[in-house]
Ligand binder design. Structure first.
Ligand SMILES: Cc1cc2nc3c(=O)[nH]c(=O)nc-3n(C[C@H](O)[C@H](O)[C@H](O)COP(=O)(O)OP(=O)(O)OC[C@H]3O[C@@H](n4cnc5c(N)ncnc54)[C@H](O)[C@@H]3O)c2cc1C
Length: 432
């Protein structure tokens, strides 16, 4: 018999918050927050990266987004717009066979299909190597904000309350939770911007699906989709060649900000995913007779709540492509606004068109030591629908790390712009 294991009786002591100091606290471990945290740690900063989920990766992993877009300009001579951790990501995951680059001759876009779990593991390794202190399963529940500065954030975890005090903060939450908890002004759209629950399919004819005619599927969705309980008439099926699974992005539902509504959308997303399976089996039996869901993602949320920044990026700004004085990132992705249940509103730009993201749309107007990144920066609904994809999310993360590092204890919006842009030269000027 093994040694006996005794027990001891414990009782929760009162007032047991843990307090942690950092130079920079990043809230949200999706693509934009991971980029900000790694870059800040590599600048020698003590970084705490907190996320409500029990693992890093945000939507890129948990919602099975499956393709990274917005990293390149468009057209025959497309070039990489964002470097930093993007270079390592491309190199490492390509070498391990977990990233597939596709340059479409039809649209001119460059997309990277990735293996979701491997991207998550890659993020974990890079965060550890950079010395980032991760705080997972930690939901932001309170912020101490006074005299334009955020002083402390409070997180609830399964194991107790944790307070993080930092000099600078990055809001990579997707929902502007730092501004919200600090009672700063935030923007919400007056009509829904629809989310989607992505899911992986298996058990289909791989050869036929590789040649699938999406237009035929859309026509059938328009005619017959409602009979299966489907609302969307467009979407995508991406097969990762040789992996035996295809990613489906064909559902649409509102993404409310109240806790019960947000819980309902999990079930609604999965209900629609099951309806897609019935639709494919019945309408396209030659390809999909045996298809089934291998894995449901978490609901994918596009645009919910974002900051009121020092400036708002507009659709005209991104159409013009003029470089603003405080440009810190570049993008070329098209307008992709999910403003209708049935269809996505697209606006494409000519090949080679590039536009810029200014620091002023990443800094809340009422705060001096917060930089926002990812899908909750200040832009009108159309411009936000273009810059919220993962390429510019990585670039905004890099910019936020350098801006806070360079600003020190001064207001981040007053940072020496020439020096900051010098640090970000690769992401603003390289065309190779
Ligand atoms: C269905 C769908 C398909 C998409 N397709 C593509 C695509 O093909 N290619 C592409 O590049 N982009 C795509 N996008 C866009 C892209 O995935 C996201 O906009 C991007 O991943 C956003 O990254 P993020 O880091 O800003 O936020 P998220 O990935 O949303 O990360 C935010 C993190 O903050 C955490 N958080 C939120 N609130 C709190 C809190 N109170 N306390 C603690 N943590 C909190 C969350 O747990 C989450 O991990 C798609 C989006 C959707 C929804």
């Amino acid at each position: 018999m093994a040694d006996t294991i005794e027990t001891i009786v414990k009782r929760r002591p009162p007032g047991r918050e843990q307090r942690v100091d950092a130079d920079i606290c990043v809230v949200g471990a999706g693509m934009s927050g991971v980029s900000a945290a790694i870059e800040a740690a590599r600048l020698g900063r003590r970084v705490v990266l907190a996320d409500a989920s029990p693992a890093v990766g945000g939507q890129a992993v948990g919602s099975i987004i499956g393709t990274i877009i917005g990293l390149y300009s468009h057209g025959e001579n497309a070039y990489q717009l964002t470097h930093g951790i993007a270079d390592e990501l491309i190199e490492d995951l390509t070498a391990s066979g977990d990233l597939l680059r596709r340059h479409s001759t039809r649209t001119g876009t460059v997309t990277f299909q990735y293996e979701v779990m491997q991207l998550g593991r890659w993020m974990e390794r890079k965060l550890e190597d950079a010395g980032v202190r991760s705080l997972l399963g930690a939901t932001l529940i309170d912020a101490d904000f006074a005299n334009r500065r955020l002083r402390r954030l409070r997180f609830a975890t399964r194991y107790g309350v944790v307070d993080v005090e930092a000099g600078g903060y990055v809001d990579a939450s997707g929902d502007a939770v730092l501004s919200w908890q600090a009672s700063l002004g935030v923007r919400e759209p007056t009509a829904p911007v629809y989310g989607s629950l992505n899911f992986l399919l298996e058990g289909y004819d791989e050869e036929r699906v590789a040649r699938i005619d999406h237009e035929e599927v859309y026509a059938r969705l328009r005619e017959r989709g409602a009979a299966y309980g489907l609302v969307r008439h467009d979407g995508f099926l991406f097969a990762f060649p040789g992996k035996g699974s295809a990613l489906a992005n064909i559902t649409h539902f509102a993404t409310p900000m109240d806790p019960f509504g947000a819980s309902d959308m999990v079930f609604e997303g999965r209900r629609q995913a099951d309806a897609v399976v019935r639709f494919l089996r019945t309408e396209f039996p030659d390809m999909f007779a045996g298809v089934r869901v291998r894995h449901y993602g978490n609901p994918g949320i596009r645009q919910t709540r974002w900051i009121v920044g020092c400036r708002q990026l507009t659709l005209d700004d991104i159409r013009d492509g003029e470089r603003p004085r405080d440009a810190v990132a570049r993008c070329a992705w098209w307008v992709e606004l999910h403003d209708k249940e049935t269809l996505v509103h697209w606006e494409s730009f000519p090949d080679g068109h590039v536009y810029y993201i200014p620091l002023s749309c990443m800094v809340p107007a009422e705060a001096d030591n917060i930089v926002t990144v990812g899908r909750c920066v200040d832009a009108d609904a159309y411009a936000l629908s273009a810059i919220r994809v993962m390429g510019p999310c990585i670039a905004m993360g890099t910019a936020a790390a350098h801006a806070l590092d360079a600003a020190g204890s001064e207001p981040v919006i007053e940072v020496d712009m020439a020096a900051l842009q010098g640090r970000l030269r690769d992401n603003l000027e390289r065309t190779d």
